[in-house]
Ligand binder design. Sequence first.
Ligand code: ADP
Length: 266
Amino acid sequence: NHFIGLHTERRDELGELAQAITSLSNDLDRLKNERNEFLASISHELRTPLTYMKGYADIVYSQALTDADLKEYISIIREETENLSILIKHLFELAKMDQHSFPIRREKVFLKQLVTSIVDLITPVLEKKDVALFVRCPNHISCYIDPNRFQQVLLNILDNANKYSVKGGEIKLEVKDSDRYIEIIVRDQGEGIPKTDLPYVFDRLYRVEKSRSRKNGGSGLGLAIAKEIVEAHDGIIQIYSEQDVGTKVIIKVPKGEVIEECTFNR
Ligand code: ADP
């Protein structure tokens, strides 16, 4: 009986091992598929601006054009070059995050100071679309974050709020001090995001409407980068949206003092 007991135990163990191997191999297959899909998406994203650039460069090269047409085509080529360079910059940043070679240097940051410098940077962009930005941020709020990385996060979020706002729209940026967290909230009254797309907007290269986002110069990576950075600070980022009403992004970061340097660790 003792012998049979041992035998059964062994068989159970082997069964569990076989199950673990199957599930590991399924995980590997899934990862391989995800990688292939991502590579296919990247190729597509890189090819699209290049197709436009080549097409318009060919026309400019081979046809006699009026000054107005020439200017228009060159400006499309310039825009596409800019789109491509943003896309490559974003891809490079995400690749560095994946390899954990994207240091987070935390220091005590007064949010008011950070917000003021961001407002200075984004104002010319908002002015082009006549979008108004209202800021509420008490002077005393501080927390331990990497100011450069957070600047990047907030610029991405505000840039989206502007891109998907109508001309003359309003954006509100509010910083609140809650118990253990600092909360940063960005609200816009733009076109919003359909319910069915909302769960995927933090995915790499996901865009609600390809043509709409492309027209606005979106890379489809802004929110993915923001999420990586916020989570590397042990924070959370959430998005709420209603179509034709607007979008709200909430970032929560723990206030706790962390002095050491860390890298991305997923
Ligand atoms: P993109 O660079 O294309 O804007 P993001 O990763 O920043 O990419 O955002 C992903 C998608 O989520 C966008 O393509 C857009 O469709 C949608 N989105 C993000 N922010 C907003 C917003 N404030 N209002 C409406 N749609 C938004």
